[in-house]
Design a protein around this ligand. Structure first.
Ligand SMILES: Cc1cc2nc3c(=O)[nH]c(=O)nc-3n(C[C@H](O)[C@H](O)[C@H](O)COP(=O)(O)OP(=O)(O)OC[C@H]3O[C@@H](n4cnc5c(N)ncnc54)[C@H](O)[C@@H]3O)c2cc1C
Length: 470
């Protein structure tokens, strides 16, 4: 058994853990990353990157098909082997050698194996071959272990060997048909991708699609998926069974059969085998943190990324990671900590300015407060909508462009607190709204931010006109 001491131990080398480690090293601390699977984590190998690679070709093809002149050049459908090969290149064929090189170059130590806490500032790492290493932290242990898929309690489901997002994003042979349970972002994105890959898709979404978004977003995506012959069933499966004909899914609306079934019903904290009980915490729980990512009632344990349940998105986890890495270094060196709202050492944006894109067709891009939540938060709310199809830049992008935009306004403060864009190619529009919300740019000043003609961004002008000049 070997023993080493570091300033900081980071458990989990996903995108978030890598960023915490990098910032702490840049702050002058010695840091070791512990990883039980692939350096780079879920996002690189089984989530963001492969899923977007699976979706992109279909979006591009349909964009061309909506454009007379270019549409005539489309003489075939998706080349599935070429698409899967491109997906493989985005995951580096599930080989983390490149990311390991980056870790080494960044001056971060790397320990391979499964980490468990063993009391305050103590971590035990068990390697694949059974070797045990004990790590001690001088200043902090940072948990960045991410999340696992949540499997709903449906009779027969586990025995039916369902797919999780990992199997869906790393698929080598596309099944003839796929049933997807869950109408959130992952369910919708995988329905989009697998329909393009040629599978018959049935989506079970008991409360409609994209529940966390403005209602019109889910409705527009559902309409578009139905037009592409995706079956959307708005009821819950009551029983699942794998038979010789495939997986049979029973619901109160009848039975459906598919070659495979994918579970996309949310996430649980990856903390069940982390030794949390040795530091007075409950295994399996999400780790609740303050705005510097310090776990409540501790002065040495941090939790960053999915595992703290603030915003289960890579970009938001990496934002938290920059704050956490910097604050750990500042505290270790006895420097001033800037933990006031929007300070250098806090992740204030998690509370009301989280951007998210669903890469469906149409895309859904949103940030900040949704209209249904604004009143509950005590905001004197004004909601304005505009049909994106009426914007010249959008109609140039595609014939019969269908899209919708919404701003949620705080009337008292005269600022935008929420924005949603639904339509082809709206993802890149989102950051303008994120900046307006984070910067709390007054509506009167936004009138002077002139969008170029003819771009989709002209929807900003149309929405401001709908609000009326302050
Ligand atoms: C299908 C899908 C698509 C997604 N698409 C997007 C997207 O487009 N954009 C976006 O922003 N987000 C997306 N997400 C969410 C995103 O993947 C997560 O928010 C992100 O991966 C979280 O990063 P993390 O570093 O917190 O956790 P992870 O990436 O899960 O990394 C945690 C790491 O910790 C390691 N680990 C766990 N326990 C231990 C232990 N005890 N000892 C040692 N190592 C351990 C794991 O092996 C893993 O490598 C998607 C999610 C899914 C499922």
């Amino acid at each position: 058994m070997s023993e080493t001491t570091w300033d900081v131990i980071v458990i989990g080398a996903g995108a978030v853990g890598e960023n915490v480690a990098d910032r702490a090293v840049q702050g002058g601390l010695s840091v070791v990353l512990v990883e039980s699977e692939l350096v780079g984590g879920e996002c690189s190998y089984w989530a963001c990157m492969p899923s977007k690679a699976l979706i992109r070709s279909g979006l591009a093809l349909r964009a061309v098909e909506r454009l007379p002149g270019a549409a005539q050049a489309v003489t075939g459908g998706i080349d599935v082997p070429a698409l899967l090969a491109r997906r493989n290149s985005f995951t580096s064929n599930w080989d983390d050698a490149g990311q390991v090189r980056w870790v080494e170059k960044a001056g971060i130590g790397l320990e391979r194996g499964h980490a468990r806490l063993n009391g305050p500032k103590q971590v035990t790492v068990t390697g694949k071959n059974g070797t045990v290493t004990t790590l001690t932290a001088r200043h902090a242990v940072v948990v960045c272990t991410g999340s696992d898929p949540q499997l709903p309690n449906i009779p027969g489901l586990i025995d039916a060997r369902p797919w999780t997002p990992r199997e869906a994003t790393s698929v080598k042979e596309v099944p003839p048909s796929l049933a997807i349970i869950g109408g959130g972002v992952v369910g919708v994105e995988m329905a989009t991708a697998y329909r393009d890959l040629g599978a018959e898709v049935t989506l079970f979404a008991r409360s409609g699609l994209l529940n966390g978004q403005e209602e019109f977003a889910g409705e527009m995506v559902a309409k578009a998926l139905r037009e592409r012959a995706v079956t959307i069933v708005e009821t819950s499966p009551t029983r699942v069974e794998r038979t010789s004909d495939g997986v049979v899914i029973d619901t109160s609306d009848g039975s459906f059969t598919a070659s495979e079934v994918l579970i996309a019903t949310g996430r649980i904290a990856r903390t069940s085998d982390l030794g949390l009980d040795t530091v007075g915490l409950t295994p399996g729980d999400w780790l609740s943190v303050d705005d510097t990512m310090l776990v409540h009632d501790t002065d040495w344990l941090y939790a960053v990324g999915d595992v703290n349940h603030r915003a289960l998105l890579t970009h938001q986890g990496k934002y938290q990671a920059r704050a956490a890495g910097d604050v750990i270094a500042a505290r270790a060196k006895g420097e001033t900590v800037d933990d006031s709202p929007w300070g250098a050492h806090v992740a204030t944006a998690d509370h009301g300015a989280v951007p998210q894109v669903t890469f469906s067709d149409p895309e859904v891009a949103s940030v900040g407060v949704m209209s249904k939540d604004a009143e509950k938060q005590g905001i004197d709310v004004q909601v304005v909508d505009y049909n994106l199809g009426w914007v010249a830049g959008a109609s140039l992008q595609a014939d019969n462009y269908e899209g919708q935009a919404r701003f949620v306004i705080d009337r008292e403060r005269q600022v935008i607190v929420g924005a949603t864009f639904v339509g082809q190619d709206v993802a890149e529009l989102l950051h303008s709204a994120t900046i307006a919300i984070v910067g709390e740019v007054p509506l009167s000043r936004l009138w002077h931010a002139v969008p170029s003609y003819p771009t989709i961004s002209e929807v900003w002008l149309r929405l401001l006109e709908a609000i009326g000049r302050p």
